[in-house]
Design a protein around this ligand. Structure first.
Ligand code: PHE
Ligand code: ZN
Length: 877
């Protein structure tokens, strides 16, 4: 970092705003060369502020040029205000006034994709978290809520669609023949929820009638070539609206709800009031171009953004330290929704597997932070797995502790008490506590303590008294700036099984059941189960009732029993993973010692039984069959040896494939049925199992399997099957894989989202000339450095390739660092996210660790954005 170091801001320094903005009137004169923004802000001093004479300080950005500034129509001369660090400071103000401000911006040169920018032929905005200040000077903080009226002036031929939040109040032509559209949003909102879109777009329209019989118009806009891919999203939107009414009693509040798809977007999607803006990758879906996973993602993201209308917009965050207030709760809501739409167990396994892989790694690394952070340098860096996924787990624990009914009372109270307000995580917990009468004061530590707690369980059975004692101990390891931790309150769901896997009833706290929720809140605690007929096998942390690392010294036999018979589906999966992890760890150690790999796999019997049993849920079978990922095995390693992990996984997969070749072939054939594609749970699970079987079967490199892969690739009528076959071909170096890749590209070169999958697959490939191929990809016509989806496809793909990225020469790390340095200037948010694999350097085996560290130091010696500076400097600290 060359210039002065950017500094951190702290939660403890929070002050209410000195000024409020009751009304915000914005006028955008849109043009390809310069856009002029005029704002009229109806301001007054905040009666709640203790600083009665504080100066007015407005936030701006380096890309915003101030043209004129007036107070109550008096043009302020330069000596009556100061412009410093992109802020306007006015010392003398009345108690109430109208501030008029004219700024000039150049959206066409905005490569950060924050504020107003261009994507293909349209104008669009992204204002969360602090993007609005790149449009005009403002009190850009979420606790300043204002009623917005937006006037858009543009060439109506080029930009027939002109949108902003709320309702359209008028549309006319001005003297110059330009179109003037005026939008008004009656709900006060912070600037981060502002949105504007202008473009030549197609639309599909539908209707939803709310619980209280109000008709809401629904519109989804895309560029014309994509309008055939939004029917599924529209459907998902209607299902979300209905679900939120039934499950949470939340009704939509405006007369119109709009979604727009844009190609260039830093994140997944954005919940702007009445006008959601989506990364097209999270909105467009069609059978031929979208995989089943893609469909499920679209459904979840549409729901997530819609649910924000209440959890985020009607009740918003006081400050950005409270980000998880809206994100954790909304992720929990979208997870519940997806569980209700599909299979709850499958959804839970997918979510937990993601959490344990990615969030646990974050929580153990240099960017580890509490769900409510106490400081940050750049808020964009805190849209993390911890805020989102761990935040959701915290809400889930409240749900488990309170039970369905009290939880609903708590959420009703929260929405009623805080409607129209900007509040804190504490306010949320308080509403839950007040509605349920359950004391959550200790529970709140989950918001302030970082790190993944470890829970150890030890059991003992007394034959004579028929009691089973379970001793639980908890400890949270130190994390950055938090050396010591206090015990947390957490629900641990437990069941007991006999040696045949049958559920045992037991009595705990006067309750007889096969499943109990223990409340652990001390560092060590003993729970006594009575009337236990026989020495039990404990099934612990059912449904993953708390986001912890739980250990219990199971025998292989006990894990096999849990895997085949636990009534808790989640724990069946978990036991299988545990078994596989043990074997993989043995193999990883052998590989690290340079030994020949060899193991007698205990998984075979269980897997065979799974494949033979036609009655099981096919998704669950395929989840149990899939071995722990490279990323998960890295997360649980003390010292990460990527090559050894890869070798171990390949060895075990091939061993299973050879031993069960016939079973996999049969399973493939049995599930390779001809149906009209539909993304429903039943079909999805069948395709999932079929492709899991094909993936194993292909590991045998048998001619029959190779033929099946090629034929599925060529004849598939949907992207799930076609892309599965292609990935399998690439991963097993199928004799035809190169020509398959080529024909896939020529078939889909006109579909950007499919091309991105192709880019990713090639970049992630394990090949000797991997880096060469990545470099070529970045020169390919299909690549575009301006488009975050494409950058993520290629560089994200690269990051998951062991032979290319973790190459012992260090060339993979150096190449990624080069790209981060280039992107740091163009798009800091994107650049900062790409640093993640390098930030794990301390855990890597020594030679790789040094190579990564060097690249981080090289990045740090550049002139850096706050975004990249924060991540890289914290990683090296
Ligand atoms: N608030 C968005 C969501 O989670 C995410 C987002 C953050 C989008 C910042 C853009 C910028 O739904
Ligand atoms: Zn969100």
């Amino acid at each position: 970092m060359k210039d002065g170091q950017p500094s951190a801001i702290y939660l403890k320094d929070y002050q209410v705003p000195a000024f409020l903005i009751d009304k915000t009137e914005l006028t955008f004169d849109l043009d390809e060369s310069v856009t002029i923004v005029t704002s009229r802000l109806h301001m007054r001093r905040n009666p709640k502020s203790k600083f009665r004479t504080a100066p007015l300080v407005l936030d701006g950005g380096e890309d915003v040029k101030l043209i004129a500034l007036a107070m109550d129509d008096y043009q302020l001369p330069p000596e009556e205000y100061r412009l410093r660090n992109h802020q306007i400071i006015i010392t003398a103000t009345a108690d109430e006034f109208v501030l008029t401000c004219e700024t000039l911006i150049e959206p066409q040169n905005n490569t950060r994709l924050e504020g107003l920018y261009r994507s293909s032929s349209m104008f669009c905005t992204q204002c969360e978290a602090e993007g609005f200040r790149h449009i005009t000077y403002y009190l850009d903080r979420p606790d300043v809520m204002s009623v917005f009226t937006t006037t858009i002036i543009a060439d109506g031929d080029k930009y027939p669609v002109l949108l902003s939040n709320g309702n359209e109040v008028s549309r006319s032509l001005n003297e110059e023949g330009k179109t003037v559209a005026v939008w008004h949003d009656p709900f006060p909102k912070p600037a981060y929820l502002f949105a504007l879109v202008a473009g030549n777009l197609e639309v599909i329209e539908d209707q939803f009638t709310t619980l209280s019989n109000r008709a809401v118009t629904l519109k989804i806009f895309t560029e014309s070539h994509n309008i055939d891919k939004v029917d599924y999203s529209m459907d998902a939107l209607k299902r979300s609206m209905k679900w939120d009414e039934e499950k949470y009693g939340r009704e939509y509040d405006l007369d119109i709800f709009m979604i727009v798809a844009v190609d260039d977007f830093n994140m997944g999607a954005m919940e702007n009031k009445g006008l959601n803006v989506f990364n097209s990758s999270c909105l467009l879906a069609s059978p031929k171009t979208t995989t089943d996973d893609g469909y499920q993602r679209v459904e979840a993201v549409v729901a997530h953004e819609y649910f924000h209308n209440w959890s985020g917009n009607r009740v918003t965050c006081r400050d950005w330290f409270q980000l998880s207030l809206k994100e954790g709760f909304t992720v929990f809501r979208d997870q519940q929704f997806s569980a209700d739409m599909n299979s709850p167990v499958v959804k839970r396994v997918e979510d937990v597997s993601f959490l344990k892989t990615a969030q646990f790694a974050e929580d153990a690394g240099p960017m580890s932070h509490p769900v409510r952070p106490s400081s940050f340098i750049e808020i964009s860096n805190f849209y993390t797995l911890t805020i989102y996924e761990k935040g959701s787990e915290i809400v889930r624990m409240i749900h488990t502790l309170l039970g369905e009914d009290s939880f609903r009372k708590g959420s009703d109270l929260y929405f009623e008490r805080h409607d129209g307000q900007a509040v804190t995580c504490d306010d949320f917990v308080q509403a839950m506590q007040d509605a349920s009468g359950i004391d959550l004061s200790q529970f709140k530590r989950w918001y302030s303590q970082a790190g993944t707690p470890r829970v150890e369980a030890v059991g003992s059975y007394d034959e004579v008294t028929k009691t089973y004692q379970l001793t639980l101990t908890q400890a949270t390891p130190p994390t950055a700036n938090q050396p010591t931790k206090l015990p947390l309150l957490m629900p641990i769901r437990v069941g007991l099984l006999d040696e045949n896997g049958k559920a045992l009833t037991s009595e705990l706290n006067g309750k007889n059941d096969t499943s109990h929720v223990l409340t652990l809140n001390l560092s060590e605690q003993v729970f006594e189960f009575k009337q236990v007929d026989t020495a039990p096998i404990p099934s612990l942390l059912r449904g993953f009732s708390a986001p912890v690392k739980l250990s219990y010294d199971y025998t292989v036999e006990q894990l096999s029993i849990l895997m085949s018979s636990d009534e808790d589906g989640f724990n069946r999966w978990n036991a299988a993973q545990e078994l596989a992890v043990r074997e993989l760890n043995t193999l990883i150690s052998q590989a690290r010692r340079g030994e020949v790999l060899s193991i007698e796999s205990q998984l075979l019997l269980g897997f065979k039984a799974l494949l033979d049993d036609q009655s099981l849920d096919k998704s669950m079978v395929s989840l149990i069959l899939s071995l722990p990922s490279q990323a998960y095995l890295s997360e649980i390693s003390e010292e990460v040896d990527p090559q050894a992990i890869k070798q171990a996984r390949t060895y075990l997969k091939q061993l299973i494939a050879r031993a069960l070749e016939q079973e996999f072939a049969n399973c493939y054939e049995a599930n390779n049925v001809d149906v009209d594609y539909s993304p429903d749970a039943q079909q999805i699970s069948q395709r999932q199992l079929k492709n899991a079987a094909l993936s194993y079967w292909s590991e045998t490199n048998s001619v029959a399997a190779e033929r099946a892969v090629l034929s599925q690739f060529q004849s598939a009528d949907n992207m799930t099957d076609q892309f599965s076959a292609l990935s399998i071909a690439v991963n097993t170096t199928h004799p035809e894989f190169q020509s398959m890749l080529d024909s896939f590209y020529s078939q889909w070169s006109h579909e950007a989202l499919v091309v991105n999958k192709w880019l990713m697959l090639i970049a992630a490939q394990e090949a000797d000339n991997g880096l060469e191929q990545v470099k070529q990809l970045m020169q390919h016509d299909a690549f575009d450095l301006k488009n975050p989806n494409k950058v993520r496809a290629v560089l994200g793909g690269l990051g998951s390739s062991v032979s290319t990225f973790h190459n012992e020469t260090g060339a993979g790390y150096a190449f990624l660092a080069d790209q981060i340095i280039v992107l740091n200037k163009r798009n800091p948010q994107l650049a900062s996210r790409l640093c993640t694999p390098l930030t794990r350097w301390r855990k890597m085996k020594p030679n790789l660790s040094v190579l990564m560290q060097k690249q981080l130091e090289r990045i740090l010696s550049e002139e850096l954005s706050k975004d990249v500076f924060e991540v890289v400097s914290k990683s090296l600290a």
